[in-house]
Design a protein. Structure first.
Ligand code: NAG
Length: 347
Protein backbone atom coordinates (compact mmCIF):
# COMPACT_ATOMS: atom_id res chain seq x y z
CA UNK A 1 0.00 0.00 0.00
CA UNK A 2 1.07 3.57 -0.53
CA UNK A 3 2.02 5.22 2.73
CA UNK A 4 0.18 8.40 2.16
CA UNK A 5 -3.38 9.23 1.28
CA UNK A 6 -5.64 12.25 1.11
CA UNK A 7 -8.38 10.53 3.08
CA UNK A 8 -7.33 11.63 6.55
CA UNK A 9 -8.95 14.98 7.33
CA UNK A 10 -6.73 15.95 10.29
CA UNK A 11 -3.53 16.94 8.45
CA UNK A 12 -5.55 19.03 6.03
CA UNK A 13 -7.33 20.78 8.86
CA UNK A 14 -4.07 21.39 10.68
CA UNK A 15 -2.55 22.71 7.46
CA UNK A 16 -5.40 25.14 7.01
CA UNK A 17 -5.19 26.26 10.63
CA UNK A 18 -1.48 26.84 10.40
CA UNK A 19 -1.93 28.88 7.24
CA UNK A 20 -4.59 31.02 8.90
CA UNK A 21 -2.57 31.43 12.10
CA UNK A 22 0.62 32.16 10.25
CA UNK A 23 -1.07 34.69 8.05
CA UNK A 24 1.60 37.40 8.52
CA UNK A 25 4.26 35.16 7.03
CA UNK A 26 2.11 33.79 4.24
CA UNK A 27 4.09 35.88 1.79
CA UNK A 28 7.21 33.99 2.76
CA UNK A 29 5.50 30.64 2.39
CA UNK A 30 4.23 31.50 -1.06
CA UNK A 31 7.56 33.05 -1.95
CA UNK A 32 9.22 29.65 -1.74
CA UNK A 33 7.16 28.43 -4.69
CA UNK A 34 8.93 29.46 -7.84
CA UNK A 35 6.80 30.30 -10.80
CA UNK A 36 8.40 28.51 -13.75
CA UNK A 37 6.64 30.60 -16.38
CA UNK A 38 3.54 32.76 -16.61
CA UNK A 39 1.72 30.26 -18.81
CA UNK A 40 2.53 27.18 -16.74
CA UNK A 41 0.54 26.80 -13.53
CA UNK A 42 2.26 26.09 -10.23
CA UNK A 43 1.61 22.82 -8.43
CA UNK A 44 2.05 21.54 -4.92
CA UNK A 45 4.74 18.93 -4.47
CA UNK A 46 3.36 15.40 -4.15
CA UNK A 47 4.83 13.18 -1.44
CA UNK A 48 6.93 10.08 -2.11
CA UNK A 49 4.89 6.93 -2.67
CA UNK A 50 6.58 3.70 -1.67
CA UNK A 51 6.10 0.11 -2.76
CA UNK A 52 4.34 -2.34 -0.49
CA UNK A 53 6.23 -5.39 0.81
CA UNK A 54 4.75 -7.68 -1.85
CA UNK A 55 6.13 -5.65 -4.77
CA UNK A 56 8.88 -6.87 -7.07
CA UNK A 57 11.65 -4.66 -8.40
CA UNK A 58 12.52 -6.42 -11.65
CA UNK A 59 12.10 -4.77 -15.06
CA UNK A 60 9.28 -7.20 -15.71
CA UNK A 61 7.40 -5.72 -12.74
CA UNK A 62 7.31 -2.29 -14.41
CA UNK A 63 4.01 -0.80 -15.48
CA UNK A 64 4.42 1.55 -18.44
CA UNK A 65 1.99 4.43 -18.79
CA UNK A 66 2.11 6.88 -21.72
CA UNK A 67 0.45 10.30 -21.65
CA UNK A 68 0.80 13.51 -23.60
CA UNK A 69 2.00 16.75 -22.03
CA UNK A 70 0.40 20.00 -23.03
CA UNK A 71 0.32 23.30 -21.14
CA UNK A 72 -3.49 23.47 -21.44
CA UNK A 73 -4.01 20.04 -19.89
CA UNK A 74 -1.12 20.05 -17.43
CA UNK A 75 -3.42 20.34 -14.42
CA UNK A 76 -5.26 17.25 -15.63
CA UNK A 77 -2.05 15.31 -16.21
CA UNK A 78 -0.83 16.09 -12.71
CA UNK A 79 -4.13 14.92 -11.20
CA UNK A 80 -4.09 11.72 -13.28
CA UNK A 81 -0.53 10.84 -12.22
CA UNK A 82 -1.31 11.66 -8.59
CA UNK A 83 -4.42 9.45 -8.67
CA UNK A 84 -2.48 6.49 -10.05
CA UNK A 85 0.27 6.79 -7.45
CA UNK A 86 -2.29 6.99 -4.65
CA UNK A 87 -4.16 3.87 -5.67
CA UNK A 88 -1.18 1.70 -6.59
CA UNK A 89 0.01 -1.11 -4.38
CA UNK A 90 3.41 -0.79 -6.09
CA UNK A 91 3.64 2.90 -7.02
CA UNK A 92 7.43 2.73 -7.57
CA UNK A 93 6.84 0.28 -10.41
CA UNK A 94 4.96 2.90 -12.41
CA UNK A 95 7.06 4.21 -15.30
CA UNK A 96 5.64 7.23 -17.06
CA UNK A 97 6.32 8.17 -20.66
CA UNK A 98 5.37 11.74 -21.50
CA UNK A 99 5.01 12.91 -25.10
CA UNK A 100 5.02 16.61 -25.83
CA UNK A 101 4.77 18.63 -29.00
CA UNK A 102 8.42 19.68 -28.90
CA UNK A 103 11.12 19.47 -26.29
CA UNK A 104 9.28 21.38 -23.62
CA UNK A 105 11.73 21.90 -20.75
CA UNK A 106 9.23 23.95 -18.74
CA UNK A 107 6.65 21.18 -18.79
CA UNK A 108 9.25 18.59 -17.91
CA UNK A 109 10.62 20.60 -15.00
CA UNK A 110 7.08 21.16 -13.80
CA UNK A 111 6.58 17.37 -13.64
CA UNK A 112 9.93 17.01 -11.90
CA UNK A 113 9.19 19.59 -9.24
CA UNK A 114 5.65 18.29 -8.62
CA UNK A 115 6.72 14.63 -8.47
CA UNK A 116 10.40 14.64 -7.40
CA UNK A 117 10.36 10.84 -6.99
CA UNK A 118 8.53 9.97 -10.18
CA UNK A 119 10.09 7.57 -12.63
CA UNK A 120 9.51 9.15 -16.01
CA UNK A 121 10.91 9.73 -19.46
CA UNK A 122 10.03 12.46 -21.89
CA UNK A 123 9.76 12.29 -25.66
CA UNK A 124 9.36 14.92 -28.31
CA UNK A 125 6.49 14.26 -30.68
CA UNK A 126 7.09 16.07 -33.95
CA UNK A 127 3.66 17.50 -34.65
CA UNK A 128 4.67 18.16 -38.26
CA UNK A 129 4.38 14.44 -38.70
CA UNK A 130 0.64 14.69 -38.36
CA UNK A 131 -0.22 18.32 -39.06
CA UNK A 132 -0.87 17.92 -42.77
CA UNK A 133 -3.01 14.84 -42.15
CA UNK A 134 -5.56 16.38 -39.80
CA UNK A 135 -8.94 17.27 -41.22
CA UNK A 136 -11.23 19.62 -39.33
CA UNK A 137 -13.63 18.00 -36.89
CA UNK A 138 -16.67 19.29 -35.04
CA UNK A 139 -14.62 20.58 -32.10
CA UNK A 140 -11.39 22.52 -32.49
CA UNK A 141 -9.81 20.95 -29.41
CA UNK A 142 -10.03 17.56 -31.14
CA UNK A 143 -7.86 18.82 -33.99
CA UNK A 144 -4.77 19.48 -31.88
CA UNK A 145 -1.79 17.47 -33.16
CA UNK A 146 -1.17 16.06 -29.67
CA UNK A 147 -4.50 14.24 -29.93
CA UNK A 148 -2.93 12.19 -32.67
CA UNK A 149 0.27 11.34 -30.80
CA UNK A 150 -1.28 8.07 -29.59
CA UNK A 151 -1.09 6.77 -33.16
CA UNK A 152 2.70 7.09 -33.05
CA UNK A 153 3.30 5.55 -29.62
CA UNK A 154 4.81 2.37 -31.03
CA UNK A 155 7.32 4.36 -33.08
CA UNK A 156 8.24 6.80 -30.32
CA UNK A 157 8.58 4.46 -27.33
CA UNK A 158 11.76 2.37 -26.89
CA UNK A 159 11.72 -0.73 -29.08
CA UNK A 160 12.21 -3.07 -26.11
CA UNK A 161 8.88 -1.98 -24.65
CA UNK A 162 6.19 -4.49 -25.47
CA UNK A 163 3.11 -3.09 -23.79
CA UNK A 164 1.92 0.34 -22.74
CA UNK A 165 -1.18 1.84 -21.21
CA UNK A 166 -2.16 5.02 -23.03
CA UNK A 167 -4.19 7.49 -20.99
CA UNK A 168 -5.75 10.86 -21.76
CA UNK A 169 -5.05 13.76 -19.40
CA UNK A 170 -8.66 14.45 -18.36
CA UNK A 171 -9.13 11.44 -16.12
CA UNK A 172 -8.38 10.02 -12.69
CA UNK A 173 -7.72 6.38 -11.81
CA UNK A 174 -9.36 5.26 -8.59
CA UNK A 175 -8.16 1.67 -8.57
CA UNK A 176 -4.81 -0.10 -8.85
CA UNK A 177 -3.64 0.43 -12.44
CA UNK A 178 -1.75 -2.89 -12.13
CA UNK A 179 -5.09 -4.67 -12.63
CA UNK A 180 -5.52 -3.06 -16.04
CA UNK A 181 -1.88 -3.66 -16.91
CA UNK A 182 -2.05 -7.37 -16.10
CA UNK A 183 -4.93 -8.27 -18.41
CA UNK A 184 -4.63 -11.08 -20.93
CA UNK A 185 -4.70 -9.42 -24.35
CA UNK A 186 -4.88 -12.77 -26.13
CA UNK A 187 -3.77 -12.04 -29.71
CA UNK A 188 -5.12 -8.48 -29.79
CA UNK A 189 -3.18 -5.29 -30.45
CA UNK A 190 -5.50 -2.98 -28.51
CA UNK A 191 -7.53 -3.55 -25.34
CA UNK A 192 -10.23 -1.11 -24.19
CA UNK A 193 -13.78 -1.11 -22.91
CA UNK A 194 -16.20 -1.72 -25.81
CA UNK A 195 -19.67 -0.19 -26.15
CA UNK A 196 -21.72 -2.36 -28.45
CA UNK A 197 -25.03 -0.71 -27.54
CA UNK A 198 -23.84 2.64 -28.96
CA UNK A 199 -25.05 3.35 -32.50
CA UNK A 200 -21.91 2.67 -34.50
CA UNK A 201 -23.38 3.97 -37.78
CA UNK A 202 -23.38 7.55 -36.58
CA UNK A 203 -19.58 7.77 -36.33
CA UNK A 204 -19.31 7.72 -40.12
CA UNK A 205 -20.89 9.78 -42.85
CA UNK A 206 -23.43 8.76 -45.46
CA UNK A 207 -20.62 9.10 -47.99
CA UNK A 208 -18.81 6.31 -46.16
CA UNK A 209 -21.76 3.95 -45.77
CA UNK A 210 -23.06 4.48 -49.29
CA UNK A 211 -19.72 3.70 -50.93
CA UNK A 212 -19.76 -0.01 -51.77
CA UNK A 213 -16.02 -0.44 -51.17
CA UNK A 214 -15.72 1.64 -48.04
CA UNK A 215 -18.78 0.15 -46.34
CA UNK A 216 -17.19 -3.29 -46.67
CA UNK A 217 -14.49 -2.18 -44.21
CA UNK A 218 -16.20 -3.82 -41.24
CA UNK A 219 -17.22 -7.01 -43.04
CA UNK A 220 -16.65 -10.06 -40.89
CA UNK A 221 -16.33 -8.04 -37.68
CA UNK A 222 -18.83 -6.90 -35.12
CA UNK A 223 -17.61 -3.31 -34.80
CA UNK A 224 -18.36 -1.46 -31.57
CA UNK A 225 -17.45 1.99 -30.36
CA UNK A 226 -14.49 2.25 -28.01
CA UNK A 227 -12.92 5.33 -26.48
CA UNK A 228 -9.26 5.84 -27.43
CA UNK A 229 -8.50 7.80 -24.24
CA UNK A 230 -7.87 4.60 -22.29
CA UNK A 231 -6.14 1.79 -24.15
CA UNK A 232 -3.71 -0.97 -23.44
CA UNK A 233 -1.56 -1.30 -26.55
CA UNK A 234 0.69 -4.19 -27.50
CA UNK A 235 3.23 -1.90 -29.15
CA UNK A 236 5.26 -4.87 -30.29
CA UNK A 237 2.36 -6.29 -32.32
CA UNK A 238 1.51 -2.74 -33.43
CA UNK A 239 4.98 -2.28 -34.93
CA UNK A 240 5.02 -5.68 -36.58
CA UNK A 241 1.57 -5.15 -38.05
CA UNK A 242 2.40 -1.65 -39.35
CA UNK A 243 -0.70 -0.16 -37.71
CA UNK A 244 0.60 3.41 -37.71
CA UNK A 245 0.51 3.34 -41.48
CA UNK A 246 -2.94 1.74 -41.52
CA UNK A 247 -4.38 4.51 -39.37
CA UNK A 248 -2.57 7.15 -41.42
CA UNK A 249 -4.03 5.77 -44.65
CA UNK A 250 -7.55 6.39 -43.36
CA UNK A 251 -6.57 9.91 -42.33
CA UNK A 252 -5.22 10.56 -45.80
CA UNK A 253 -8.46 9.33 -47.35
CA UNK A 254 -10.48 11.50 -44.96
CA UNK A 255 -8.65 14.52 -46.39
CA UNK A 256 -10.14 13.71 -49.81
CA UNK A 257 -13.55 12.24 -48.89
CA UNK A 258 -15.24 13.19 -45.65
CA UNK A 259 -15.76 9.83 -43.95
CA UNK A 260 -16.37 11.00 -40.39
CA UNK A 261 -16.86 14.12 -38.25
CA UNK A 262 -14.72 13.44 -35.17
CA UNK A 263 -10.93 13.72 -34.88
CA UNK A 264 -8.53 10.91 -34.01
CA UNK A 265 -11.18 8.39 -32.91
CA UNK A 266 -12.73 7.28 -36.22
CA UNK A 267 -9.49 6.17 -37.92
CA UNK A 268 -8.87 4.00 -34.84
CA UNK A 269 -12.36 2.56 -35.18
CA UNK A 270 -11.80 1.88 -38.87
CA UNK A 271 -8.68 -0.15 -38.15
CA UNK A 272 -9.55 -1.81 -34.84
CA UNK A 273 -13.30 -1.81 -34.09
CA UNK A 274 -14.58 -5.34 -33.70
CA UNK A 275 -11.07 -6.63 -33.25
CA UNK A 276 -10.04 -5.44 -29.81
CA UNK A 277 -9.80 -7.14 -26.44
CA UNK A 278 -12.81 -5.96 -24.47
CA UNK A 279 -12.04 -4.61 -21.00
CA UNK A 280 -14.53 -4.19 -18.14
CA UNK A 281 -16.46 -0.92 -18.46
CA UNK A 282 -15.30 0.14 -15.01
CA UNK A 283 -11.96 1.11 -16.65
CA UNK A 284 -13.36 4.01 -18.62
CA UNK A 285 -16.34 5.84 -17.25
CA UNK A 286 -16.12 8.39 -20.05
CA UNK A 287 -18.24 11.34 -21.12
CA UNK A 288 -18.11 13.17 -17.78
CA UNK A 289 -17.14 16.34 -19.65
CA UNK A 290 -20.51 16.27 -21.39
CA UNK A 291 -21.08 16.33 -25.13
CA UNK A 292 -18.85 17.95 -27.74
CA UNK A 293 -21.04 21.01 -28.16
CA UNK A 294 -22.21 22.29 -24.78
CA UNK A 295 -20.44 20.15 -22.20
CA UNK A 296 -23.57 19.66 -20.10
CA UNK A 297 -23.29 17.87 -16.76
CA UNK A 298 -23.49 14.08 -16.75
CA UNK A 299 -24.08 11.76 -13.85
CA UNK A 300 -22.41 8.47 -12.99
CA UNK A 301 -23.74 5.16 -14.24
CA UNK A 302 -24.42 2.61 -11.54
CA UNK A 303 -21.75 -0.04 -11.03
CA UNK A 304 -18.13 -0.28 -9.95
CA UNK A 305 -15.70 2.39 -11.17
CA UNK A 306 -11.93 2.17 -11.61
CA UNK A 307 -11.39 5.19 -13.85
CA UNK A 308 -13.31 8.44 -14.28
CA UNK A 309 -12.86 10.22 -17.60
CA UNK A 310 -13.97 13.78 -18.39
CA UNK A 311 -14.07 13.29 -22.14
CA UNK A 312 -16.29 15.78 -23.93
CA UNK A 313 -16.16 19.53 -23.90
CA UNK A 314 -16.24 20.31 -20.16
CA UNK A 315 -13.11 19.86 -18.05
CA UNK A 316 -13.39 19.59 -14.26
CA UNK A 317 -10.63 22.13 -13.49
CA UNK A 318 -12.27 24.76 -15.70
CA UNK A 319 -15.73 24.14 -14.28
CA UNK A 320 -14.42 24.18 -10.70
CA UNK A 321 -12.60 27.47 -11.40
CA UNK A 322 -15.72 28.95 -12.94
CA UNK A 323 -17.51 28.18 -9.66
CA UNK A 324 -20.19 26.30 -11.55
CA UNK A 325 -18.92 22.73 -11.30
CA UNK A 326 -20.92 19.63 -12.10
CA UNK A 327 -21.47 17.20 -9.24
CA UNK A 328 -19.03 14.70 -10.77
CA UNK A 329 -16.28 17.36 -10.80
CA UNK A 330 -16.05 17.06 -7.02
CA UNK A 331 -14.68 13.55 -7.59
CA UNK A 332 -11.76 15.05 -9.52
CA UNK A 333 -10.99 17.86 -7.04
CA UNK A 334 -9.18 15.71 -4.41
CA UNK A 335 -6.47 14.93 -6.99
CA UNK A 336 -5.92 18.54 -8.01
CA UNK A 337 -2.37 19.62 -7.17
CA UNK A 338 -2.81 23.12 -8.56
CA UNK A 339 -1.26 25.56 -6.14
CA UNK A 340 -3.61 28.42 -5.58
CA UNK A 341 -3.48 30.53 -2.45
CA UNK A 342 -7.10 31.48 -3.09
CA UNK A 343 -8.40 27.93 -2.84
CA UNK A 344 -6.27 27.35 0.25
CA UNK A 345 -7.89 30.22 2.09
CA UNK A 346 -11.45 29.76 0.92
CA UNK A 347 -11.94 26.01 1.16
C1 NAG B 1 -28.13 4.96 -35.96
O1 NAG B 1 -27.68 6.19 -36.52
C2 NAG B 1 -28.04 6.34 -37.88
C3 NAG B 1 -27.35 7.58 -38.41
O2 NAG B 1 -27.38 8.64 -37.50
C4 NAG B 1 -29.56 6.38 -38.00
O3 NAG B 1 -29.93 6.55 -39.35
C5 NAG B 1 -30.12 5.07 -37.46
O4 NAG B 1 -31.53 5.11 -37.46
C6 NAG B 1 -29.63 4.82 -36.04
N1 NAG B 1 -30.03 3.49 -35.61
C7 NAG B 1 -30.61 3.23 -34.46
C8 NAG B 1 -30.93 1.80 -34.17
O5 NAG B 1 -30.88 4.11 -33.65
Amino acid sequence: MALWGTSSPQPLLLGLLSILLLHPIIGIRLGIVRRPSPDIPVFREAPAFRNGDQCGYKNSDDIHVAMTLDANYLRGTMAAVFSMLQHSTCPENLKFHFLSAHTAPKLFSSIKSTFPYLNFKTYAFDSNRVRGKISRSIRQALDQPMNYARIYLADILPSDMGRVIYLDSDLVVVDDIAKLWGLDMEDKVVAAPEYCQANFTQYFTDAFWSDPDLSKTFQGRNPCYFNTGVMVVDVDKWRKGGYTQKVEEWMALQKRVRLYHLGSLPPFLLVFAGNIKAVDHRWNLHGLGGDNFEGRCRSLHPGPISLLHWSGKGKPWLRLDSRRPCTVDHLWAPYDLYYSSRSFLEE
